[in-house]
Design a protein around this ligand. Structure first.
Ligand code: RFL
Ligand code: PHB
Length: 389
């Protein structure tokens, strides 16, 4: 089989890239290790920046999001008993859209099916070959038979644990990493959200986040030690601890119910650069990870693939390599800005087990800064709604 761009991974990066390329007449095939149902069962992000919304529009996959997504004009931050509302519209004249990653993925899968694009699900043992030439190819096993996919370029959209980044020879990439000493336990439930807006709350026991997927479905998170298992957290214990970490007037309004899903995610910052090696481009979590506190992971992924799609269009349409040559540098500026913001939000709102009294005071002073200076709130708002890519 031959295509122009072989895409590894059918997460949001791979699927969005596939659609953006199709809209521009560039042929592509997606190889995904898991089944479509498995990909849709992963509960992850919930907050879309304006540029992600624009990406879905360009991909022809934004109709349901515009109908069902919830426009959020601000968030609430709570530090012990202090509250601050960050008003995005007032500060920067922008908003975000709350619409789950699962729904984004479903809409992109539907758009791909409608355009006749090929996605090979349950492709095992995907391997990249000759990536340092202009005739790379990918091999994979499907139903016990080995296949070969020849292409001009490979897009590694296969997440943090994927095979693409690992195929780049040693010594080419420089990596940066910070692993945080806690994780997030997430719970999804068919209960109305406790508040119209998201609440990020810092409590001595740890961080809590009240998020949502719709007016009837809530997503809540608790900071937990890395040693905790989901089984340690029956629903009753989760709800009690969430109430404990929220301000009493919010806790009193919390509607609880059976969990539909519960999982623990570790928190990590990670960047590998550059994002290109010869005919291989990395995008999304394959190249960088942010802790979820800034709601940036999916949005960075969407920014990367919009840059990559622009660059590949320029290459195929105008014969210009300027876009593909500048891809990594263009993405990296935004990636590092999002890394900084996600690190800032994580440090501001979590309880660090080894922090001393001085560090705790600095954390409180950092929060108070948001009360003291309008500029601090504006900077937070500007970063939360998203920087241009
Ligand atoms: P994904 O979604 O991991 O998809 C990669 C795909 O590649 C497949 N794959 C392979 N396929 C073939 N061969 C191989 N060898 C392969 N290895 C892997 C995988 O099966 C998978 O289908 O990466 P992508 O597309 O780059 O998308 C990134 C986003 O998923 C991620 O950044 C966000 O979910 C992060 N994130 C959030 N981002 C936000 O923007 N806002 C949020 O509010 C937000 N909340 C979150 C999050 C991530 C979380 N977790 C669990 C990590 C909340 C959580 C809890
Ligand atoms: C979510 O709804 O899953 C969510 C929202 C905001 C975050 C992280 C996760 O910062």
């Amino acid at each position: 089989m031959k295509t122009q761009v072989a895409i590894i991974g059918a997460g949001p990066s791979g699927l969005l890239l596939g659609q953006l390329l199709y809209q521009n007449g560039i042929d592509n095939v997606i190889l995904e290790r898991k089944s479509a149902d498995y990909v849709l069962s992963r509960i992850r992000a919930g907050v879309l920046e304006h540029t992600t919304v624009q990406g879905l529009e360009k991909a022809g996959a934004a109709e349901r999001m515009h109908r069902e997504g919830l426009v959020h004009e601000g968030v609430e931050l709570v530090f012990d008993h202090k509250h601050i509302r960050v008003d995005f519209e007032k500060e920067v004249g922008k908003h975000v859209v709350v619409y789950g990653q699962t729904e984004v993925t479903r809409d992109l899968m539907d758009a791909r099916a409608a355009s006749g694009g090929l996605t090979v699900y349950e492709a095992e043992d995907v391997a990249l070959h000759e990536i340092d030439t202009d005739a790379p190819y990918v091999t994979y096993l499907k139903d016990g038979t080995r296949h070969r996919l020849d292409c001009d370029f490979i897009a590694g959209c296969d997440g943090f644990h994927g095979v693409s980044r690992q195929s780049i020879p040693e010594g080419v990439l420089k990596t940066y990493e910070r692993v945080y000493p806690f994780g997030w336990l997430g719970l999804l439930s068919d209960t109305p959200p406790v508040s119209e807006e998201l609440i990020y709350a810092k409590h001595p026991n740890g961080f809590a986040l009240c998020s949502q997927r719709s007016t009837t479905r809530s997503r809540y998170y608790l900071q937990v030690p890395l040693s905790d298992k989901v089984e340690d957290w029956p629903d009753g214990r989760f709800w009690d601890e969430l109430k404990n970490r929220l301000p009493p007037e919010t806790a009193a309004k919390l509607v609880t119910g059976p969990s539909l899903e519960k999982s623990i995610a570790p928190l990590r910052s990670f960047v590998s650069e550059p994002m290109r090696y010869q005919s291989l481009f990395l995008a999304g979590d394959a190249a960088h990870i942010v802790p979820p506190t800034g709601a940036k992971g999916l949005n960075l992924a969407a920014g990367d693939v919009q840059c990559l799609a622009d660059a590949l269009c320029d290459y195929y349409r105008n014969g210009s390599s300027a876009g593909i040559d500048g891809y990594s540098e263009r993405c990296m500026k935004r990636v590092w800005a999002a890394e900084r913001f996600s690190w800032y939000m994580t440090k501001l709102l979590h309880t660090f087990p080894d922090a001393d009294d001085f560090e705790r005071k600095m954390q409180e002073a950092e929060f108070n800064q948001l009360e003291l200076t309008e500029n601090a709130v504006k900077t937070l708002a500007e970063n939360y709604v998203g920087l241009p890519y």
